[in-house]
Design a protein around this ligand. Structure first.
Ligand code: SF4
Length: 95
C-alpha cells in the first residue's frame, strides 16, 4: 500500500459498500470460494471467523487503490464502488 501512494481522507463516507451484506458469505463464499478475497492488488476484502465460528467479510477500505476490479468482477454485482471524496486515491505525481 505504501508504494501505491494511495491517500484517503479520514471520516469520509465509505466508498465501498455492499448492496446486500449477506451475499459475500451466503453466495460468494459458499458457491465461489470467496473471490473477493483474491482480488488484486490490495487485500481489501478478508473473510474472517467470528467467535461463534461463522464467517464474515471484513472490508479494509483504507487499502483500496481504486482499480475498480471488485465492482466489475463480483459474481453477483453486489459490490458498489464510488469515487472517494476530495481527490483521495492513488497519487500519480507525473500526470
Ligand atoms: S477497487 Fe480495486 S483495490 Fe479497491 S477494493 Fe476493489 S479490487 Fe480492491
Amino acid at each position: 500500500m505504501f508504494l501505491s501512494n494511495a491517500n484517503h481522507e479520514e471520516n469520509q463516507p465509505a466508498h465501498l459498500t455492499l448492496k446486500d451484506p449477506s451475499v459475500p458469505v451466503d453466495v460468494n463464499l459458499a458457491i465461489y470460494a470467496g473471490p473477493e478475497s483474491r482480488y488484486r492488488p490490495a487485500a481489501v476484502y478478508e473473510f474472517v471467523k467470528s467467535e461463534d465460528g461463522s464467517d464474515r467479510l471484513v472490508i479494509n477500505a483504507q487499502n483500496c487503490v481504486h482499480c475498480k476490479t471488485c465492482d466489475i468482477k463480483d459474481p453477483t454485482q453486489n459490490i458498489l464502488w464510488v469515487t472517494p471524496e476530495g481527490g483521495g486515491g492513488p497519487n500519480c505525481p507525473n500526470r
